[in-house]
Design a protein around this ligand. Structure first.
Ligand SMILES: *Cc1c(COP(=O)(O)O)cnc(C)c1O
Length: 360
């Protein structure tokens, strides 16, 4: 069977080149006589892999020297608790913009640890837009201000960042990290689960400004303390060794491609193809406000649930898999992360055109 085009929201496709390299190195990595999976994380060979991975990540994302990179586990979802445990310790307050389910989960978890304010929400219209932010509504002495930069389920993204002054901006970048250049200095901290744009599930990456480390509350579990991981080079315990190795291969692929400027260009081409088709179609339509459209996740509907189901089924039979939309939106969603080739989107659009013709 030929490889399918996987439009899943995550885990998602990996570049074929990365999979081939991993396959070639499966039985023996370099001259080590073993696979990466079997290596001691304390070995010289493995230390070289994790060091190179961090070096390439810093290079690709232009991460300044005063930010730590942490390779953790527990998914982006664990960060919803780790962030307040580590950061919510001066005023005990934090601000949140509710733009979807993940943003809401971050808010709900933080409520266990302090005073949480909702600055704005787009829940009134099923999170189909990014709300306007009124700086007068920001909490002046908040310990942090949290946003979900790209809303995986609803297909919206921030185009302008809130100016939070001296309050550290914390962003969930799980579904958009490395999709385009990013000015890391605008953030106190960013975090992302790896399984959308970086590698396999099991690795969570945190980039945090050094001055925000070291103030965890007393009750913070050791494994949830950023300082512990920073002081131990992400090796306090066994890190997700193989996922970090694959992330290194993905970074090498990204650099070979031309880095984030080039990645952005490719991603914009893919998104433009799909949105342009949706905007002229008489059968399909996008579900979010145009100005807030995501570059990575494209939800769309026909307006007829029976037809939606037929589309998803027929598409899968043609090798376009995981197009079913999230249950709260219905319809379809095409996640077109970094590793989705332009050709995959071209073929999907051709299939959609044909489906529309046949089902008029
Ligand atoms: C996928 C996703 C999550 C959840 O990630 P896990 O690694 O499964 O915990 C959180 N936030 C966003 C924006 C996501 O896309």
């Amino acid at each position: 069977m030929p490889r399918v085009y996987n439009f899943s929201a995550g885990p998602s496709m990996l570049p074929e080149e990365v999979l081939r390299t991993a396959a070639n190195e499966m039985l023996e990595y370099g001259q080590s006589g073993q696979s990466v999976m079997e290596m001691s994380h304390r070995s010289k060979e493995y230390q070289a892999i994790i060091d190179r991975c961090e070096e390439l990540f810093r290079q690709v994302l232009s991460i300044p020297a005063n930010y730590k990179v942490l390779f953790l586990q527990g998914g982006a979802s664990s960060q919803f608790a780790m962030i307040p445990l580590n950061l919510m310790n001066q005023s005990g307050k934090a601000d949140f913009v509710l733009t979807g389910q993940w943003a809401t989960k971050a808010y709900q978890e933080a409520q266990k640890y302090g005073e949480c304010h909702v600055v704005a929400s787009s829940k009134d219209k099923t999170f189909s837009y990014i709300p306007e932010l009124d700086p007068a509504a920001f909490t002046k002495d908040a310990d942090y201000f949290h946003i979900c930069y790209n809303n995986t389920i609803y297909g919206t993204r921030f185009h302008d960042l809130p100016d939070t002054g001296s309050v550290p901006l914390v962003a969930d970048l799980s579904s958009c990290i490395l999709s385009e250049p990013l000015d890391v200095t605008k953030f106190g901290m960013i975090y992302a689960g790896a399984q959308k744009n970086m590698g396999p599930a099991g690795l969570t990456v945190v980039v945090i400004r050094e001055d925000l480390i070291g103030n965890a509350r007393e009750s913070c579990p050791t494994m949830f303390n950023y300082q512990i991981h920073a002081d131990n080079g992400s090796m306090y315990n066994t890190p997700p060794t193989y996922a970090i190795y694959i992330f290194k291969l993905v970074l090498e692929w990204l650099i070979g491609l031309g880095g984030l400027e080039k990645m952005k260009e490719i991603n914009e081409r893919k998104a433009a193809l799909l949105y342009a088709f949706l905007d002229q179609s008489k059968m399909f339509r996008g579900t979010v406000e145009k100005k807030d459209r995501s570059l990575m996740n494209v939800p769309f509907v026909t307006g007829d649930t029976g037809l939606d189901a037929k589309f998803v089924k027929e598409a899968a039979a043609e090798g376009f898999i995981n197009l079913k939309g999230h249950r709260t939106v219905g319809g379809m969603r095409a996640s077109i992360y970094n590793a989705m080739p332009v050709e995959g989107v071209e073929k999907l659009v051709a299939f959609m055109k044909d489906f529309e013709e046949r089902n008029r």
